[in-house]
Design a protein around this ligand. Sequence first.
Ligand code: PBG
Length: 324
Amino acid sequence: MLSRPRRNRRSAWIRSAHRETWLSADHFIYPLFIHAESHDLEIASMPGCRRLSPNSTLSEVEGALHDGVGAVVLFPAEPDGHKTDDGRHAYASDGLVQRTIQAIKARFPEVTVVTDVALDPYSSMGHDGLVSPDGRILNDETVDVLVKQAVSQAQAGADIIAPSDMMDGRVGAIRRGLDTAGFSEVSILSYTAKYASAFYGPFRDALDSHPGFGDKSTYQMDPANVREALREIEADELEGADMLMVKPAMAYLDVIRAMREATVLPIAAYQVSGEYAMLKAAAERGWLDERKVALESLVAIRRAGADVILTYFARQAARWLAEG
Ligand code: PBG
């Protein structure tokens, strides 16, 4: 045998010298669930994650910075009184997200704050868009509200605006809205290929944001499709997106790869709540080694072509990496 691939796996030095992909805390964005209450709330289906009070949010950001994670993305749990048919609390200048951005930026100006743009936390129907009386999700009317939401987040100090709503044309409208309001330096991270996935279940538990009727399949993508992702890329590029996201990650590695090959823009992937919950649950039963499977899944997402990973493991993974 002339070719013996095992020679290139023989020693730790040879393996690390030939390693094609690696992880660093620089790649992570850490999702935080926030609420206005003064106590934290454990999230049963996401062990290790909590809905954070305003004080705990600042401690968590400080902890993330300490671990080497420099970016967070905020997801608010709003009281029922803030959930209306028109979603107007999404753009309240004194809303929870807006106040939280200001508080984080005042204490830790170096943190990159990413915000979610979608109406589900503010919608009485639990949908990402406005709902017509006959139960359709209204596209263009929703986009007008999303622009106001994005501008109010930028006014509060957000660095990166991440629309997760999947309405058509929202990236371009948000770009124009931001520019007109004087925020041409604020970036857009578009959820380009966001699938109608059951892996979001624990997230919806975390925020009490399950859709009030039906599902999200008239706006989120069909899990069976990949060509459709390329069509979404084309729209987002033309509309001025700065980064493109695939979500979920682990069951969609082929989509990450396809998008990596179809664009020169940076790609982000979201290792969503259900992916985290699966690994945590199996680890709690002693069926999987948490550290090994978490790091393996994160490096696989990078290998597929993601530059940036949104992950609930961000802090823990950064600490594992630092331990070597
Ligand atoms: C809502 C939103 C969702 C997630 C991020 N933003 C849920 C949904 O679309 O229903 C899911 C994140 C996760 O599961 O970790 N716009």
